[in-house]
Ligand binder design. Sequence first.
Ligand SMILES: NC(=O)c1ccc[n+]([C@@H]2O[C@H](COP(=O)([O-])OP(=O)(O)OC[C@H]3O[C@@H](n4cnc5c(N)ncnc54)[C@H](OP(=O)(O)O)[C@@H]3O)[C@@H](O)[C@H]2O)c1
Length: 402
Amino acid sequence: MASIVSRLSSRSLRALARRAPRFPASTNAASFSLLARSPRPAPAVQTIPARGVKTLNFAGSDEVVYERSDWPLAKLHDYFKNDTLALIGYGSQGHGQGLNARDNGLNVIVGVRKDGESWKQAVEDGWIPGETLFPIEEAINRGTIIMNLLSDAAQSQTWPTVAPLITKGKTLYFSHGFSIVYEKDTHVIPPPDVDVILVAPKGSGRTVRTLFKEGRGINSSIAVFQDVTGKAKEKAVALGVAIGSGYMYETTFEKEVYSDLYGERGVLMGAIQGLFCAQYKVLRANGHSPSEAFNETVEEATQSLYPLIGQKGMDYMYNACSTTARRGALDWAPIFEKTNLPVFEKLYESVKNGTETRKALEFNGRVTYRQDLAKELKEIDDQEIWRAGKVVRSLRPDYKTE
Ligand SMILES: NC(=O)c1ccc[n+]([C@@H]2O[C@H](COP(=O)([O-])OP(=O)(O)OC[C@H]3O[C@@H](n4cnc5c(N)ncnc54)[C@H](OP(=O)(O)O)[C@@H]3O)[C@@H](O)[C@H]2O)c1
């Protein structure tokens, strides 16, 4: 679906959003929302059919899934008509979630350190100092829904000044269970008289934004930690839709943070880099050229085979390969599983007992965290495997200068 948003330049989109009334007239809302599908004027909120929650059977387990089609824009606007969404922090999630909620016609303001990197970025994205962009404390005071999208380490560092501002009647929102679940290390303990909810997009903030602009929605997890109004879950779902989610899976703060920390250290990032490097090194040690080792390790995986897993599953990918490849992979998969199982068990325990959290807080709480990270990422960039990769990528038919 080519949406109007994707056809507008980001500059004109920003101008539109800036000019938009707080809750835009229905025609405007239809113009820059990707969720708007029905012709305007929108029907009265009460008459919009809500399909309610969906219970789906996932491989034998029933799970509840919420979807954005239950929250047409008119209903969303009505639901948040008395709210100001105060986004604290403007990293990748702040950028994606904030722009999506703004394009959906909600009343959004941003709070970041004055004149820091994020402040500059926010100004570039059309947030106006004194109108929609404020220092952190002022944004919290102005907001009714406080969306804490600071880095996880910063959430902990700033909590002593943030906590007293989270007054009764406000809602505290996170995109990760980190601060709340590891309260012994983070010292983030919310006041007892506010709803505390979570919407965690399953992807980078950049993807949250791109999928929204494409008219699709990212999958997110939603959870409730504290429900004083009796409406916390409903609010989490509505906010999930507002920030650009398509489907929302119900979880708990604890399950969200355990699975997230585990997954990114595992096959999403850590394990995949480890496996790529191990396979590449053995090929190189046996006399294979860098290009051959890279092609057989990374290029074929990312360009040919992994997309097939994404489209139709592992069995489909196996079926698409030669009988020789299939036989070998079938034999070796259980060996890799058995060898790696203890590593994954150790990793899960390290997540659960807070070791991973303490490391992240220590590293990301350093004054020099940006430089320290850059140094380690440079070391990866300098590895032979990834240097070889640059040349291989440059030979792709759709190559664009990196
Ligand atoms: N990134 C993802 O893929 C992803 C996915 C799902 C959920 N999440 C969660 O979403 C939340 C935000 O993550 P993110 O990746 O968008 O943000 P991030 O890049 O980790 O954090 C950036 C923000 O934190 C601010 N910040 C850092 N140190 C600060 C300090 N000492 N005082 C005040 N502000 C400080 C930065 O402001 P300055 O520019 O002024 O330094 C910036 O606005 C986290 O809870 C994260 O776990 C992230």
